[in-house]
Design a protein around this ligand. Structure first.
Ligand SMILES: [Zn+2]
Length: 298
């Protein structure tokens, strides 16, 4: 894949410097909540603030003593902030930014052809754990998309693992991961995911899960639609495609996609059989037409 010829997106938010114990209510509190449960942590915080007030200290000082909030004046990292250890993974960052840029151009064009405007999603790079509009998440959940803030979340160590396992073939597997998450963004813009989630509330679990699978397969098909466009411009090699797709499937059954408890619904690559995923990806890839991606009809 010739990703270096793709346009670089300016919508990458680099939060890797926040690391595990970032600003605001950082990593410490997520770990505590995981460990003790939300109610107990709340009681603990109220107790600590109470003691602090009795001792004449400010609540923030007390929380800082416990390591629950970052140093004074610390704020979330802004767009394009230089990451800690900027050299590691920066080739990956470049690649992700270019693939994202290419999905923006592709979906921008498709939306325009249909008389609509494509709102570009942001892509947040993080390390270890992150706060999203859908709640806190650790890297263990794998890449995910949060509809509440229209952002894709990605820990680049996920790609290191891909590289280790699949070597050069990782390139397209990585692009596929980004394009699949962008596919969820497209579903969000089209209102599909919202409708599905509403419907799922009223269904028994098995049927609700079946709908989740259809959402996943449609995101695969949308990833294929992007692949089609890249292929048309000579940026992909069809021979590599199958191998890369197989690699992406192999990841699915892996511990990389472990679900973590918490508010975020992790994106799972285990949804749908390998054959189904391949079939829907190919459908998008061969047609280049999102209209062919109605997984709900079948
Ligand atoms: Zn997905």
């Amino acid at each position: 894949m010739r990703w270096d010829e793709m346009r670089e997106s300016s919508n990458v938010e680099d939060r890797r410097s926040e690391g595990g114990g970032g600003g605001g209510l950082g990593g410490g509190i997520f770990m505590l909540i995981n460990f003790l449960g939300f109610k107990r942590v709340l009681v603990l915080i109220v107790a600590v603030i109470g003691i602090g007030v009795l001792m004449g200290k400010s609540p923030v000082d007390m929380l800082r003593m416990l390591g629950l909030v970052g140093p004074a004046g610390e704020r979330p990292a802004s767009y394009q902030q230089g990451p800690r250890g900027a050299t590691d993974n920066d080739q990956h960052k470049q690649m992700v930014a270019r693939i994202l840029g290419d999905t923006e151009d592709t979906w921008g064009r498709i939306f325009q052809q249909n008389g609509r405007t494509y709102q570009q999603p942001a892509l947040v790079l993080f390390r270890d754990q992150v706060r999203s509009g859908c709640g806190g998440a650790s890297a263990a959940v794998g890449p995910f998309y949060c509809p509440a803030d229209s952002k894709v979340y990605l820990d680049l160590s996920f790609f290191d693992e891909l590289h280790k396992r699949f070597g050069a073939q990782g390139d397209f597997a990585q692009a596929y991961v980004v394009a699949h998450e962008v596919g969820h963004h497209v579903q969000n813009l089209l209102g599909t995911s919202g409708k599905v989630h509403e419907r799922q509330q009223q269904l028994p679990k098995a049927q609700a899960n079946a709908l989740s699978v259809k959402l996943e397969l449609q995101a695969d098909c949308f990833a294929g639609v992007w692949g089609h466009s890249a292929q048309q411009r000579g940026l992909l090699d069809a021979g590599d495609l199958d191998e890369a797709l197989n690699a992406a499937h192999a990841i699915g059954d892996d511990t990389l996609q472990k679900h973590a408890g918490g508010a975020v619904v992790p994106d799972s690559f285990t949804h749908g059989s390998s054959d189904d995923r391949k079939r829907w990806f190919k459908r998008g890839f061969e047609s280049g037409d999102p209209g062919q991606c109605n997984t709900f009809k079948s």
